[in-house]
Ligand binder design. Structure first.
Ligand SMILES: [Zn+2]
Length: 185
């Protein structure tokens, strides 16, 4: 079975993806379950069909929620969201890294009273993190590229949009590059 290769792109009721990075996708089982529970509309389908005794249907490649989910809630302060805010870029040497190679650094070191919050933590590669150690930015002569800030969900979404997802089914493209599509007209 290669059914795991049939993810469904999940759009909010306004046809925007719930999140761009990581892309909001469900596996085919969740997508079909949501169809049967009448929670989503099928927008596009794969050629591939699943058959059972009671039904036969093409697997959905794009679904949209019937009920709009409000995304105005503040983003959770997670490593991933932090790396995303910082464009997966070490804030000291300006190089890009995979999430697995990034660490987080306290701008004002914990030992000097710095707290673990959006405003005091930045993404750093291990080399820079080690070099900065628990020195202040003036002692270390290293200062982050950005002034760390608490991002909004829409800011994170905009940043996420600049990173192409690993897997793009052609039926997803219209929804991912919505703004580009509109400009063409
Ligand atoms: Zn670095």
């Amino acid at each position: 079975m290669i059914l795991k290769n049939y993810p469904s792109l999940v759009l909010n009721a306004d046809y925007h993806p719930l999140s761009y990075f990581p892309l909001s996708v469900w596996d085919w089982k969740d997508a079909i379950k949501a169809v049967f529970l009448d929670r989503v509309n099928i927008i596009a389908e794969y050629e591939y069909k699943v058959n059972s005794a009671s039904f036969s249907m093409r697997l959905p490649s794009v679904v949209s929620l019937k009920k709009y989910i409000n995304l105005s809630r503040k983003p959770v302060f997670t490593r991933f969201n932090l790396f995303l805010r910082d464009h997966f870029q070490c804030q000291y040497c300006a190089q890009n890294f995979k999430t697995s190679d990034l660490t987080f650094d306290h701008v004002i070191p914990k030992s000097k009273g710095g707290t673990t919050c959006w405003e005091n933590v930045v993404s750093a590669c291990s080399k820079c993190n080690l070099k900065k150690s628990d020195l202040s930015i003036s002692k270390a002569k290293m200062s982050p590229i950005i002034d760390p800030y608490e991002p909004s969900n829409s800011q994170l979404q905009l940043i996420g949009k600049t990173f192409p997802p690993n897997y793009l089914h052609e039926s997803w493209i219209d929804y991912l590059y919505w703004d580009t599509e509109l400009e063409k007209n």
